[in-house]
Design a binder for this molecule. Structure first.
Ligand SMILES: [Zn+2]
Length: 252
């Protein structure tokens, strides 16, 4: 599946090991981006050592400076202009050349956004809590407000994350989704035969991105579930507290 060159997401050998990339971001031309795998950098350390992870992010992309957030499973968006810890939030936007925005995940969708017209980029960590609160839509709106991007020009890519095949959740997640997204959020919950409930994080983030004005054709979801593909990506669901983190990074 990961070798499917016709899809939006592929993994290949790069200087730093096996790295994932999105063809729509490659063809956007102005961005540098990458998604780490177990075979690029020491992912077991990445959850703990952000400086180390920033070094891997720089190696994978050639970006000089790397910014990250203390991710708190919310929906706040920070505008950043320099590397290092930007603050407590789950999304960042920038238009500063050479600055990479880095997100961490073990199952949560990391969403990379880029606008070729203005050179604005964004990174969101869309955990289920951030997803139901619309963190990805908020990221796009900030790119528009701060940098003059037009939402219909923005390209968004959803990195490998817990898929609707595996992401079982409790009733509390459904209740939170309905609270923030309305009754129509029910459509993102798939009932399993034995009574379990699976949340479609990909569908819910597509909802928020198109709600923010993106063209559906400009939203690209890597069809790779981290729970199914734990051999390539750390997964909290598959490994529990011992799970490392993989990273995604984007800059101009
Ligand atoms: Zn799966």
């Amino acid at each position: 599946m990961l070798r499917d060159a016709s899809g939006p997401f592929y993994v290949s050998w790069a200087g730093a090991g096996v790295v994932g990339r999105f063809t729509p971001l490659d063809s956007a031309g102005f961005t540098a981006h990458a998604v780490s795998t177990r075979r690029s950098g020491d992912v077991s350390l990445m959850g703990l050592d952000k400086q180390h992870a920033a070094g891997v992010a720089g190696d994978m992309t050639g970006l000089e400076d790397i910014a990250w957030c203390e991710q708190v499973h919310g929906a706040d968006v920070l505008a950043v202009e320099r590397g290092g810890l930007a603050g407590e939030a789950d999304a960042m936007v920038t238009r500063t050349p050479g600055l990479g925005l880095m997100g961490f995940s073990a199952d949560c969708p990391l969403v990379l956004a880029a606008d070729a017209e203005t050179g604005a980029v964004g990174m969101a960590h869309a955990s289920w809590r951030g997803t139901v609160r619309g963190v990805t839509g908020g990221m796009v709106r900030r790119m528009c407000e701060l940098y003059g991007a037009r939402a219909e020009d923005v390209v968004a890519c959803v990195a490998p994350s817990a898929g609707p095949c595996c992401y079982e959740v409790g009733r509390d997640v459904l209740d939170a989704a309905v609270e923030h997204m309305g009754e129509s959020a029910q459509r993102y919950f798939l009932r399993r035969r034995r009574g379990g409930l699976c949340f479609d994080l990909w569908g819910a983030n597509l909802h928020w991105l198109t709600q923010a004005g993106l063209d559906k054709a400009n939203v690209h979801i890597a069809p790779v579930c981290t729970i199914c593909h734990n051999e390539l990506f750390p997964s909290y669901r598959a490994e529990g507290d011992s799970a490392g983190r993989f990273i995604a990074v984007i800059g101009r």
